[in-house]
Design a protein around this ligand. Sequence first.
Ligand SMILES: Cc1cc2nc3c(=O)[nH]c(=O)nc-3n(C[C@H](O)[C@H](O)[C@H](O)COP(=O)(O)OP(=O)(O)OC[C@H]3O[C@@H](n4cnc5c(N)ncnc54)[C@H](O)[C@@H]3O)c2cc1C
Length: 386
Amino acid sequence: MDGSMRCDLAILGGGLAGGLIAHALSVRRPDLSLRLIEAQPVLGGGRVWAFPANDIEPEHRWIVEPFLSRTWNGYDVVFPAHRRSLGVRYHAVRPAEHDAGLRRVLTPETPVHARIARASATRVVLANGRTIDAAGVIDARGPGDLGLLDVRWRKYLGRELLLDRPHGIAMPIVMDAATPQQDGCHFMQVLPLDRRRLFVAACYFSDRRLADAHQMRRRIDDYADQNGWRVGEMTAEEAGVTPMLLDGGFDGYWESGGEHAAKAGARAALLHPATGAAVADAVRLAAYVAELPDLAGPALHEALRVHAARAWGERSFYRMVAKMLFHIADDDARYRLFERLYRLPPKLIDRFNAMQSTPADKLRILAGRPSLPLSQTFRALMGSER
Ligand SMILES: Cc1cc2nc3c(=O)[nH]c(=O)nc-3n(C[C@H](O)[C@H](O)[C@H](O)COP(=O)(O)OP(=O)(O)OC[C@H]3O[C@@H](n4cnc5c(N)ncnc54)[C@H](O)[C@@H]3O)c2cc1C
């Protein structure tokens, strides 16, 4: 073996975005030879993904359907002054099902578990010295240089808990902010996985990237106590930090992730700026890539750059909402922005989560309290940068 491989397309990073692109291409373009190069032993990102069903366009559902672990017919939100059930379907993908689902679709030679040392638009060098030459490369290894953007952080620690008794919770609690506020906007999330099993997460929208895992675990323990849950066993834990995008120049950020390299996922800034959610964008991009006529170096780079630049350009409103959250609201009152959002009509909330708000939606979201300076509100509505 000379240590080199050849393929049509190499996807760098088999997390959320890379995994879904590999899946979509395996289904739509089985003629292609693909490599999905991932440093970790699991594919799909190794996290629980949870998202409203309406985040995914009906024609793209086939991209996530094989991985869905649970679907509920609604979800709840809880705030100090307001509690609400929304009749909107909500999905969760668990890491084991995600990994197994991907391996069922991908050819056995597609996943390559190795650390990538460096890459260009047509060549990947692995840390073990092997090289992969490809007609095209998509880099989906997570964020580029976030120092070039104005970002804040969504911090998160989640635990899967097996309880001694049934918990009696029927629907996910997507945001429970009726908890002591600390380190920005703090809320708990609960996914009822089966009668006795819950996924419980402590989440923060915070100015500080540093995450205090002990504090987050304590929050989960306290929350379990408050709810009278007797925990028999903690069966899994995951933690991470993801950027929330307030401002910055797209071009510099794009180049920071590798000159002439086609990019996907957080590396292409494809995230909901005000929530850090990534599933909707990852599915849209996978659908887009699966239809591209040319997956070779320069054409691939240009197609993905145009897609990501357009998304960035269309999202100044959501970056403005993120700014409201971090610049305008008092630290202890940030959750009120979501409390207010979740009093609005369900379809408006859906469109906000899917980043498809209408001009009238935007006005309603910006018009309440906490309020923004008029000039910023105007620019957000017109879709222009600061
Ligand atoms: C804990 C947590 C939970 C989240 N939950 C949700 C959610 O429920 N719903 C939602 O919409 N969003 C969620 N998000 C946001 C979302 O995770 C991220 O924004 C998303 O992972 C970005 O997708 P990605 O494919 O760009 O990166 P990732 O999913 O992080 O994938 C990058 C992959 O590249 C691999 N990699 C990196 N460097 C190398 C290398 N040198 N060699 C080989 N492989 C490499 C990594 O191992 C990883 O698997 C969550 C974020 C966090 C932190």
